[in-house]
Design a protein around this ligand. Sequence first.
Ligand code: HEM
Ligand code: HEM
Length: 175
Amino acid sequence: MNNVNPNATKWPLSSRLFHWVSAILLLVTWILMLLYQNTDDKAYIGLHKAFGISILCWMIARVINRVFTKAPPAPPMPKWQRVISKLSHFGLYALLIAMPMAGLLMTVYGGRPVDIFGLFQIPVFVTPDRSAARFYNDVHTDIIWPMIIAFTLLHISAALYHQFILKDKLINRMK
Ligand code: HEM
Ligand code: HEM
């Protein structure tokens, strides 16, 4: 993923769309889970799953788009910041793919198909297994979710640091 366009000042339109739609999908998926936890209404968990699967599809398309598009040149910064930026971006991609996969596996190992907005269902494609379901439940809620929170907070803090302390207009590259 080191394809750079030396003349670009912004990410290509496709990358910007992929970025902001991913952020919105993540927010919606999380809000649906909060609604479910606070109301116990099954409709919300159904929508949480459907939006979560949408994130999986969107992220796979985003990675393909990332391989075929060129990034703007990295702004000048100390090497350690560049390394952390690359690692955290890679981490966010990996987490946003692993999270819905764990959710899907938790559900099908629990013996439940996943309904996608009433359009079609992902069938139970494994032999249901309670201990596997519990394992992926733990991975989903206790491992990957706290990592998503940590990486996203780091990411947004870095964006705010560029905007208000360095004042280098980095956010314009993604607008
Ligand atoms: C990137 C996508 C996803 C995100 C960010 C996400 C996030 C979350 C969060 C924050 C929770 C609550 C954790 C807690 O108890 O504190 C949760 C629970 C859950 N998620 Fe997801 N999820 C995603 C995708 C999915 C998918 C694709 C499925 C299933 C197809 C799914 C099924 C579930 C289920 C069944 C629970 C409830 C677990 C329980 O109550 O023990 N999630 N998810
Ligand atoms: C207020 C919220 C956010 C702001 C201001 C923001 C800002 C940015 C900016 C400015 C970049 C480009 C950095 C560069 O040019 O080198 C970027 C890249 C990126 N953002 Fe965000 N972002 C936000 C939310 C999120 C969220 C919620 C996620 C996913 C959880 C995310 C995932 C990514 C990823 C993976 C990249 C790397 C793109 C690449 O190198 O292919 N962002 N973000």
